[in-house]
Design a protein. Sequence first.
Length: 171
Amino acid sequence: MIRDDEQIAEVKERFGWKAFVTSATQAQLSLSQAVLTYRDEYRVERIFNRLKNRLNIAPIFVKRNEQITGLTYLLTLGVRILTLLEFVVRRSLHQEAAQLPILHLENHQKTTDKPTAERLLKAFSNLSLTIIKNRAGEIRRHLTPLSDLQLEILTRLDIDKSLYLNLEIIT
């Protein structure tokens, strides 16, 4: 086999470049806007990444096709909820040109306007509800107070904090 230096040079010239195709005119969408739009697009691969890596899907034994179908529906519903959670918070942050702090464990000073659903949920991981029933039959409940960050996330999701606080009310 003979080495084709010209073909190698052509490949090197194109290496790292992507082709973008759109029906929008240059007046409607500049090159930089097209690239940014492409980078922000929803990607189907992300769903499968979440299913495999973040929701820790592992092989399971099922006997019937209905079980596989049901599990698939359940898991894709979970991914849709995560996607909706992200979308609503990101839209709220974008509308106000705001950012959320303290979502990066490696750097608490860092802020973001594109938090992932996983990091948003992780912000609530320290909450607990303690229920104590004494010998007299009285029930006491205690909820971990919400932090400022947790309150802000609930506000951006348009969820009233009373939904959380009602967990402490004796029924």
